[in-house]
Design a protein around this ligand. Structure first.
Ligand code: CA
Length: 335
């Protein structure tokens, strides 16, 4: 097993907002980020966590974020409640959400959750307004990582014409690069929940500041169930809470392997050397299709003549991601 604190993070100072619909999937990514935030040798500072609907309703998301923070003992990160409905069309949640009704596989109902509860309260400011304000305060320095539907970001873009200019870079876990979906044949979940906000985000003038980790890339970075159960799954630490009922049966049934897509995105930000293949292209979002509403349309044949607006991460080194996860989940990481 790898010890904590041995990661060679990116050396560039980073101020980061994580926009999340936590989510077991998001919890794993949050642990990666919080390990970096807590590491004095790593110039990675989370200045806010903004919550959005997605895996579950936004109130459950806020509670899940608090549970993650309690698991790490980190207390200096403000949490903002954001949108609970998409920009335009309502999202009708299915009866069997992938990560359970509360987004955490019912972990809150388990006895003896191994965390120290802290008194935590949500910030009074809403998530989109916090995004706008912090982007202004840290103009040119702020990295936003979007791990859920893009609703908070779409609102922020619509209320401040300078928001996009003020943000240094935007990392998105979501969408697809070759039309492979999960919740629909051609549509990835985050973009399915709120296609209009994804469209607003991809249509804004980011000048190539968007880095997208699409679903297909995550599917190439799946760990074997054996590794997930016998290696990562046997670690006993405060982080294990998020994996306690990590809905492995669902992964086993649907994929036969395991992945946290959000962790892939976070690992790409934390350690760019993990990227083994990437490309740039012009990307937009289909809003009309009977089967494809929410699909990312990538100009593979270069037919539009439009400038490339997205860096697409196509492949990462799975062994390195697994190493990062083992280090993060090590019992000594969060004491
Ligand atoms: Ca997520």
């Amino acid at each position: 097993m790898y010890a904590a604190g041995l990661l060679n993070y990116s050396e560039h100072p980073m101020k980061v907002i994580i926009d999340t619909d936590a989510g077991v999937d998001d919890a794993v990514a949050l642990f990666l980020a919080l390990a970096a935030h807590k590491d004095p040798k790593c110039p990675f500072e989370i200045i806010g966590i903004t919550c959005v609907l997605g895996n579950t309703g936004v109130d459950n998301v806020c509670r899940n974020v608090f549970t993650v923070l309690d698991s790490t003992g980190v207390s200096n990160i403000p949490v903002f409640r954001g949108a609970d409905t998409p920009l335009v069309q309502p999202f009708i949640r299915g009866e069997s959400p992938f990560f359970g009704v509360d987004g955490f596989g019912g972990v809150h109902s388990l006895p003896n959750i191994p965390v120290v509860k802290q008194e935590r309260t949500l910030e009074k400011e809403s998530a989109p307004l916090a995004l706008v304000r912090l982007a202004r305060e840290f103009q040119g320095e702020l990295t936003v990582v979007a791990l859920g539907p893009c609703t908070n970001l779409g609102i922020a873009i619509n209320i401040d014409p300078n928001f996009v200019k003020n943000v240094k870079e935007l990392y998105i876990m979501g969408g697809n690069s070759h039309g492979v979906g999960n919740i629909r044949p051609c549509v990835e979940f985050n973009f399915f929940v709120d296609p209009e906000s994804a469209f607003v985000v991809l249509s804004a003038a980011w000048n190539q500041k968007i880095v997208m980790v699409p679903l297909e890339t995550c599917k190439l970075a799946m760990s074997s169930m054996e590794w997930r159960k016998q290696v990562l799954g046997t670690i006993k630490s405060s982080c294990s809470i998020s994996l306690k009922k990590g809905l492995l049966q669902r992964f086993e049934k649907d994929y036969g392997s395991w992945c946290s897509c959000d962790a892939v995105c976070m690992a790409v930000l934390l350690k760019p050397s993990i990227i083994s293949k990437s490309s740039t292209n012009y990307c937009t979002v289909e809003l009309q299709g009977a089967h494809t509403r929410g699909q990312v349309v990538v100009d593979h044949p270069q037919k539009t003549g439009k400038p490339h607006n997205v860096t697409i991460i196509e492949q990462i080194q799975l062994a390195e991601l697994e190493r990062m996860l083992l280090s993060t989940f090590h019992p000594s990481t969060f004491i």
